[in-house]
Design a binder for this molecule. Structure first.
Ligand code: PLP
Length: 386
C-alpha cells in the first residue's frame, strides 16, 4: 500500500524574475557594499515607507537588529529588559549579549503574547525596555504596554521578527511610537536568507544606530574617525536588492494568509482537543508568520510524537518554542537572580504552551483551501491516534 500523497504547499522562500533582475542590478553596480551602492539605501527608504514612515536601518540579521536597538535605548550593564518567556531565544540573547539582564515573564494562554499583568509585576527601577514579541504576527497589547512603560520610565522595543506588514488598530508598525526590530532570515515573511532591520521614529536615533552598525564611523568619513564604540552589522547590496523584490510581494501574500488562517483555524477549532491561537480584534492586520495551535493538557513527549506524525503525512509542522529559561544558553550570561523553578512557578502558561503547542509553516497558509481541508483532516486523525 503506498502512502497517501498528502496535501501540496507552495515552496518557501518564493522568488521569480524580480529577484533575478534585482541581483543582476546589484552585481552590475560594481560596488557590493552599502557605502558604494544604492540598494541598501533604497531598501531602507522603501521598507520604512511601507511600514508607515520613520527611518529603517538595514542590518545583518534580526538578532543584531535587537542588539543595536537596545544599545541605542541605553540598555547595558546594570539594566533589565523584560521579555516574554515563550519566544525565540534571540529576544533574550540580544539583551544578554550587551550586558543587560533579561527578565522572562509569562504569556497569555490564548494569544501566546506577553502578559500585561505579569509584565507590570516584573518592573523594577532597573527596567529600561519592555520587549513584546508579536507572536506569529499577532500584535501584543501595545496600548496597555505603552502605558506601563511610560509610567515606569521605560521604553518599548517591538520584536517584530514575525510582524512584517502588521497593524494595530489600523496603525502600521512605524506609526506606533516605538522602535521595532525585524528579521529577514530564511523562514521569515520576507527574506534574503539572512538580514534584519530596525525601524526608528527619531532620526537622531537612526543616526546613532547607523554609527554603531558601521564601526562607529560616519557615513562620509575617509580618515578613520571612529566616533563611538560599534561593530560591523552592515547589510550587503545583494541582500537589499532581494529584499526590495520580496517587499513588493508582502501585502498580497498577507491577504492570502489572512483569508486562509480564518478558514484553517475554523476547521482546527472543530477538532476535539485542539485550540488554535486566538486573535485580538485590535490587531487588525496579522501577517501570520506561523499557524499555531495548542493541545491543552498534552505532555511534551506526546506533542512531539504528534509533530512527527504530521511531518510523516506531509504537513510542515514543528514543536513550539522551549521556554527560554529552560535552555542552557539563558543561564550563561545576564540571567536574573532567580532559580528555574521560581521562574517556572510564575510562568504557568509558558510551562504549558511550550509543551503542548504545535506550529505549521506559513507556506501552508499560501496553499489552496483544498490543501488546508486535507491538513485539518490529517491533524484530526493524528490527534485521535495520539
Ligand atoms: C527570527 C527571530 C529573531 C531573530 O532573527 P534572526 O534574523 O534569525 O537573527 C528574533 N526574534 C524572534 C521572535 C524571531 O522569531
Amino acid at each position: 500500500m503506498s502512502p497517501r500523497p498528502g496535501p501540496t504547499f507552495p515552496d518557501w522562500p518564493q522568488f521569480d524574475d524580480t529577484e533575478r533582475r534585482a541581483l543582476d542590478r546589484a552585481l552590475s553596480q560594481g560596488q557590493w557594499w552599502r557605502m558604494g551602492g544604492s540598494e541598501v539605501d533604497s531598501f531602507e527608504r522603501e521598507f520604512a515607507a511601507h511600514h508607515g514612515g520613520g527611518h529603517a536601518l538595514a542590518v545583518t540579521n534580526g538578532t543584531h537588529a535587537l542588539e543595536v536597538a537596545l544599545e541605542v535605548m541605553g540598555v547595558g550593564p546594570g539594566t533589565e529588559v523584560i521579555v516574554p518567556a515563550f519566544t525565540f531565544i534571540s529576544s533574550s540573547q540580544a539583551a544578554q549579549r550587551i550586558g543587560a539582564v533579561a527578565v522572562p515573564v509569562d504569556v497569555d494562554p490564548d494569544t501566546y503574547n506577553i502578559d500585561v499583568a505579569a509584565t507590570a509585576a516584573a518592573i523594577t527601577p532597573r527596567t529600561r525596555v519592555i520587549m513584546p514579541v508579536h507572536m506569529a504576527g499577532l500584535m501584543a497589547d501595545l496600548d496597555a504596554l505603552d502605558k506601563l512603560a511610560s509610567d515606569a520610565g521605560a521604553r518599548i522595543l517591538q520584536d517584530a521578527a514575525h510582524a512584517h506588514g502588521a497593524r494595530w488598530q489600523g496603525r502600521r508598525v512605524g506609526e506606533l511610537g516605538s522602535i521595532a526590530a525585524f528579521s529577514f532570515q530564511n523562514g521569515k515573511l520576507m527574506t534574503a536568507g539572512e538580514g534584519g532591520a530596525v525601524l526608528f521614529g527619531d532620526p537622531d536615533e537612526y543616526e546613532k544606530a547607523f554609527l554603531r552598525h558601521s564601526c562607529g564611523r560616519p557615513r562620509t568619513d575617509r580618515r578613520y574617525h571612529h566616533q563611538v564604540a560599534g561593530t560591523n552589522m552592515r547589510m550587503n547590496e545583494f541582500s537589499a536588492a532581494v529584499l526590495r523584490a520580496q517587499l513588493s510581494r508582502l501585502d498580497s501574500q498577507i491577504d492570502v494568509r489572512e483569508q486562509r488562517w480564518a478558514y484553517l483555524s475554523t476547521l482546527l477549532a472543530q477538532v476535539p482537543g485542539v485550540r488554535p491561537q486566538a486573535g485580538d480584534p485590535r490587531a487588525d492586520r496579522n501577517p501570520h508568520y506561523m499557524a499555531m495551535f495548542r493541545l491543552p493538557g498534552w505532555s511534551e513527549e506526546r506533542r512531539n510524537l504528534l509533530v512527527d506524525r504530521l511531518v510523516e503525512a506531509g504537513v510542515p509542522a514543528f514543536a513550539g518554542f522551549r521556554a527560554i529559561y529552560r535552555t542552557a544558553a539563558f543561564w550563561q550570561v545576564g540571567a536574573p537572580d532567580e532559580s528555574v523553578d521560581a521562574i517556572a512557578a510564575r510562568c504557568p502558561h509558558t510551562e504549558a504552551i511550550s509543551q503542548d503547542c504545535v506550529w505549521l509553516h506559513h507556506r501552508t497558509l499560501l496553499a489552496s483551501e483544498q490543501a488546508l481541508a486535507e491538513t485539518a483532516a490529517i491533524v484530526a486523525d493524528a490527534v485521535a491516534a495520539g
